[in-house]
Design a protein around this ligand. Structure first.
Ligand SMILES: Cc1cc2nc3c(=O)[nH]c(=O)nc-3n(C[C@H](O)[C@H](O)[C@H](O)COP(=O)(O)OP(=O)(O)OC[C@H]3O[C@@H](n4cnc5c(N)ncnc54)[C@H](O)[C@@H]3O)c2cc1C
Ligand SMILES: O=C1O[C@H](CO)C(O)=C1O
Length: 578
């Protein structure tokens, strides 16, 4: 343990626990990225969060907050300090009459859903899963698929954050609206969101129906009811089959009816599909056959022949089985551009470069399905939009999500060319990438241009609350124009953003169970913790807030003692590994 940390910790409130452990191995849900933070910290109260932020500032450390690690990119990787709010996850207030609910920001949507249900409430919209933390969902602009809803975060009324100076601030549409709009898609770069107030809806059930369409029928109905006939609609496009699975749902008073068994939801089909995907990494040309076979077994071999229906509570019925580790590359574009985007990508995947207009060769290229096709509409949201909201301002939004599975955690062979071509098309059509996902070919300048004044506003707020870049890392540097053009020549970290963590290398992990996942290594690790920071060390002021009196626990004394002795503080179990 760096003696600087022990020294600085000894100057803080000794009774307040600092629940930090070393030797934690962080990884994304998909095990695409791993990193080894210097400390992994799981606070349980706002004073603890304020204390760890103060300590980080004094020790000159970058902070990263991680929710459930479901963002597919390297956004949450760090060799510095990783903060997780899984133990800060209570419902603080709930008003069944108004539907207003205040929660601690670490709560996972699954736990929140179960607790709301006990009170007859639910979230009004969900994405494909509910494993995420509420703060994580907000931070990256997570969406579901419905033209009657925008981003999941549109139900948020009020947020509280701990800023890099340790201050606890609240914001809403009327109270500090710029901070609110910046914090609604914060990319973890403003501070730690600690409390969230949102409006829930009365619990409801959905009746859903799923059937196979031809792609031609999807495109034919695109503007004549495909997306508007039901509250929730999502489409899985099967490119080789030129087919699609259309899933639609509405709220209902019908009695619950469990969905029928499905092929790859069961043990046998799940493993058959997984092994066929693994085989296709060696013999990629079988992929059209795999698509035909698996989706035929799952949804019927012919359009219109098999319909699946069920009635379920919305909080589970809206979710889906995401199967295996995967890369996902998702972009938002105007809904009316969908038929053109899909037709061009379809032409390209079938080798017709001319019709596609996509300048990448397709020889020897084989890809996985599905391409997820989803929608949202933020234009009816009365709350202010996040500055970094990727959805359209003047009409409904389409999302295209190109999925590539990683059977047994191995990367598929054609990823680079498929994603380069897909991103080329998306950029050609003026689309914006989903912040959490695996996009690669846009740089910070281009993203700055795409978001224009909204990016400027977001950067302005960010710079005001975090002038030293305590919440910034390589992902932010790569994707956001953090410096003005006039400052591009400056060495950003040491000159302007002294705490920004740079990536120093990506290396293969020699541990079993990591597959092709890479270890992200930040310069905190390679430079040796603390080196540069001693010279930059600033003894800044105490945060200007009055923290409630801290709880006194045995663990606080233990943690303090261990750290003061320079030993690792293992108040939590170290990551049990893979
Ligand atoms: C299987 C799967 C299915 C998915 N389905 C969908 C979908 O249907 N629709 C969709 O839009 N996306 C989807 N996603 C993406 C996912 O919703 C987002 O990546 C979401 O951000 C993950 O939440 P998390 O809690 O895991 O956050 P993390 O991935 O851990 O973190 C995401 C960001 O939030 C920040 N953050 C987390 N907690 C805090 C906090 N307390 N304060 C400040 N910043 C914080 C982090 O620093 C980071 O920048 C899916 C991902 C997977 C793997
Ligand atoms: O990122 C995502 O993964 C699933 C697809 O498996 C989904 O819907 C996302 O969004």
């Amino acid at each position: 343990m760096d003696p600087l940390i022990a020294r600085e910790l000894s100057k803080l409130e000794p009774a307040l626990p600092f629940r930090a452990s070393t030797d934690y191995l962080h990884h994304t849900w998909a095990k695409t990225f791993f990193s080894r933070p210097e400390l992994y910290i799981r606070p349980q109260s706002i004073p603890e969060i304020q204390q760890l932020v103060t300590l980080a500032r004094r020790c000159r450390r970058r902070l990263v907050t991680v929710g459930s690690g479901h963002s597919p990119s390297d956004l949450t990787c760090t060799s510095s300090w990783l903060v997780n709010l899984d133990d800060f996850n209570q419902i603080l207030q709930l008003d069944t009459a108004t539907g207003l609910v205040t929660v601690e920001a670490g709560i996972r949507l699954s736990e929140l859903g179960a607790r709301l249900e006990e009170q007859g409430l639910t979230l009004k919209n969900l994405g494909s899963i509910d494993s995420q933390s509420i703060a994580g969902v907000i931070a990256t602009g997570t969406h579901g698929s419905s033209l009657r809803h925008g981003l999941l975060s549109e139900c948020i009324e009020d947020l509280s954050l701990v800023l890099p100076n340790g201050q606890l601030v609240r914001c809403s549409a009327t109270n500090n609206p710029s901070l609110f709009r910046a914090a609604l898609v914060s990319l973890g770069a403003l501070g730690i969101i600690v409390e969230v107030t949102f409006k829930a809806r009365r619990s409801f059930n959905i009746a859903w129906r799923q059937e196979r369409y031809t792609l031609a029928k999807v495109l034919e109905e695109w503007s004549t009811g495909l997306w508007t006939s039901h509250e929730f609609v999502r489409v899985w496009w099967l490119p080789y089959e030129k087919g699609a699975i259309v899933w639609r749902a509405d709220s209902t008073n019908l009695p619950l009816r469990a969905p029928p068994k499905n092929f790859y939801g069961d043990w046998f089909g799940y493993h058959v599909y997984h092994n066929l995907l693994a085989l296709s990494s060696y013999v990629p040309r079988i992929l059209p056959w795999v698509e035909w076979f698996i989706f035929g077994m799952q949804y019927g071999f012919k359009a219109g022949t098999t319909v699946t229906e069920a009635v379920e509570p919305a909080r589970t019925g809206l979710l889906m089985n995401c199967l295996y580790s995967q890369f996902v590359n998702e972009w938002a574009l105007p809904l009316e551009k969908g038929p053109e985007a899909i037709s061009r990508l379809s032409a390209w995947l079938h080798g017709d470069l001319k019709a596609s207009g996509i300048p990448f060769p397709t020889k020897g290229l084989w890809v996985h399905c599905p391409v997820e096709v989803r929608v949202s509409d933020s234009t009816n949201n009365p709350n202010p939009r996040p500055f970094l909201d990727p959805t359209c301002h003047d009409g409904p939004t389409l999302y295209l999500n190109a999925t590539l599975y990683r059977p047994y955690l191995r990367d598929p062979p054609c990823k680079q060319r498929y994603y380069e071509a897909f991103e080329w098309l998306m950029r050609d059509m003026g689309a914006k990438p989903h912040w959490a996902k695996n996009f690669n070919t846009l740089d910070s300048t281009e993203l700055g241009i795409l978001y224009a004044e909204d990016m400027d506003e977001w950067l302005k707020v960010r710079q005001e609350v975090d002038p030293e870049g305590m919440f910034l890392g390589e992902w932010h540097r790569r994707n956001l124009p953090l410096l003005d053009l006039s400052e591009q020549g400056t060495r950003d970290r040491s000159d302007r953003l002294p705490l920004l963590e740079r990536e120093s290398e990506r290396r293969t992990l020699n541990i079993s169970g990591a597959g092709d996942g890479v270890e992200w290594v930040g310069d905190r690790l390679t430079q040796g913790h603390g080196e540069r920071r001693f010279s930059h060390e600033s003894r800044d002021e105490e945060p200007n807030h009055s923290a409630p009196s801290p709880p006194t626990t045995a663990t606080s004394e233990e943690s303090f003692d261990l750290l003061a002795k320079g030993e690792a503080s293992i108040l939590l179990d170290a990551n049990p590994g893979l």
